[in-house]
Design a protein around this ligand. Sequence first.
Ligand SMILES: Cc1cc2nc3c(=O)[nH]c(=O)nc-3n(C[C@H](O)[C@H](O)[C@H](O)COP(=O)(O)OP(=O)(O)OC[C@H]3O[C@@H](n4cnc5c(N)ncnc54)[C@H](O)[C@@H]3O)c2cc1C
Length: 540
Amino acid sequence: MGDHTVDDYDAIVVGAGFSGLYMLHRLRQLGLRCRVYEAGSGVGGAWYWNRYPGARCDSESYFYCYSFSEELLQEWTWSQRFPEQQEILRYLDHVADRFDLRPDIQLDTKVTAAIYDGGSRRWTVETSRGDRVTARYVVTAIGGLSAANVPDIPGLDDFEGRWYHTGQWPHEGVDLEGLRVGVIGTGSTGTQLIPVVAEQAGHLVVFQRTPNFSMPARNRPLDEATVAEIKATYDEIWRRAKSSPGAMPLPGPSIAFDEVDEDEARRRYEAAWENGGVLVLQQFNDLMTNPASNEFAAEFFRDKIATIVRDPETARKLMPTTYPIAAKRPVLDTNYYETFNRSNVELVDVRATPISAITPRGIRVGDAEYELDVIIFATGFDAVTGAFAAIDIRGRDGVELVDKWRDGPTAYLGLAVAGFPNLFTINGPCNPALLTNVPVSIEHDVEWISDCIAYVEAEHVEAIEPTEEAEHAWVRHVGDAVAGTLYLDADSWWMGANIEGKPRRFMLYVGGHDDFRRRCAEVAEQGYAGFAMTVPNRTA
Ligand SMILES: Cc1cc2nc3c(=O)[nH]c(=O)nc-3n(C[C@H](O)[C@H](O)[C@H](O)COP(=O)(O)OP(=O)(O)OC[C@H]3O[C@@H](n4cnc5c(N)ncnc54)[C@H](O)[C@@H]3O)c2cc1C
């Protein structure tokens, strides 16, 4: 490889996280010649990059994994209810070895361009290492949360201390012992990071623009009996996960808020809070459609904050009041609110008075300068579309994907894009993944894509792409599904609102994993309805 050689493959896969590893495995089973390019120096995707203190999963371990191999399920044992980054990375490394995937994965290689040639009906893929290869199919496995977002704050280049983004954390770790540390951002990452950093730092200043609703994880080790029970019931676990809206094998809410009185509603929330985990917000089926139901839950959370945080002014600052609960990604924590009772932790509300600059010595907010040795950006990602925008993707007739998506991303089922033949997008925009337990969504998409490729290979189809009509209809359906829900009432990354200048459009499908799976199956059963196929001497 390398240095301007031209090689030809059946398929190029971009990315080697959960998606890319499984995609490679499936495509190889079809007998295709594949190459996977991965920007990182190892496999694992999100779990390779996000090594910040406190990084862990908030899906439960027993369903945050692959289901496709019974042997893998039986031989791998998770140690905790919510595993840490290191353990998930070990798992994905094990998968790469277990299925002998590494020979087809090229690390330290960023795909910079993918250009379609309508004449040869092949893609030319270029990389940061000078590779120039051609392939019939390109599959993006680039992750919806992989393009780190460092906000453009004046003065960062002059800062005399060190700064880090949580999604690009140094592998050797960062010694924060006794230092003055500033954390910008209190989303999912900040909420995991802040309690751990508070234990190491001499002084920690948390710069908060929008407080988040967070609920206790209640993490614990998994004992032998629990592990044995999980391993004995995996068939049932996956059956339930695949037939649930959230792609989780957990009981969804079956009643509406109005069906119980307030005492009963409170009792339910209280019991769920004690148990911890994502079920806290799965009590009523109208949480995102009934403002009264939503406000009751939000008030329950605010009461909890008031009970945990001793200083009333700090508690008030930590209480979200400007958007519905769960209209931003819900967060699980371990001692997040308790951390603000520590004497070395200070909370600064940068909504009231924004950060005006980073100075050589720290961060300026209004008239105050906070002197810092280290700044940590827990500012998340240019979600869903950011990793696409970093690649020069050009489809039929030279159309650029960034141009097509200028007013917001469009895609058919979140799996393919009109005008971009033989390009498949795992968990692309307009797909339910990222509102779900993602590995189950990934397995679905990978299996659907590999079945589709098997079909077009068998039918001697040279090019397949969604019709404009099918794509429009799907995008309209995605819009209809979210219309009238409370998801639209928050400035979330699901809406593109965390990135300056990004179009405001809800980028995901809220119809649920179960509904989506059914629709995708119907499309396939109907001979890939909504797709146009080019067959030599015939166009269908
Ligand atoms: C901190 C964190 C916690 C999370 N916790 C949960 C959770 O609890 N539950 C859940 O369901 N989901 C969670 N997620 C979402 C997570 O993204 C998915 O669960 C899953 O890891 C996605 O896998 P993926 O392979 O699709 O993408 P990723 O894991 O993001 O992998 C994409 C890979 O593509 C590579 N890549 C991107 N562009 C290029 C390019 N141009 N060239 C070459 N390589 C490229 C990247 O380097 C990356 O390694 C979390 C995400 C983060 C960041």
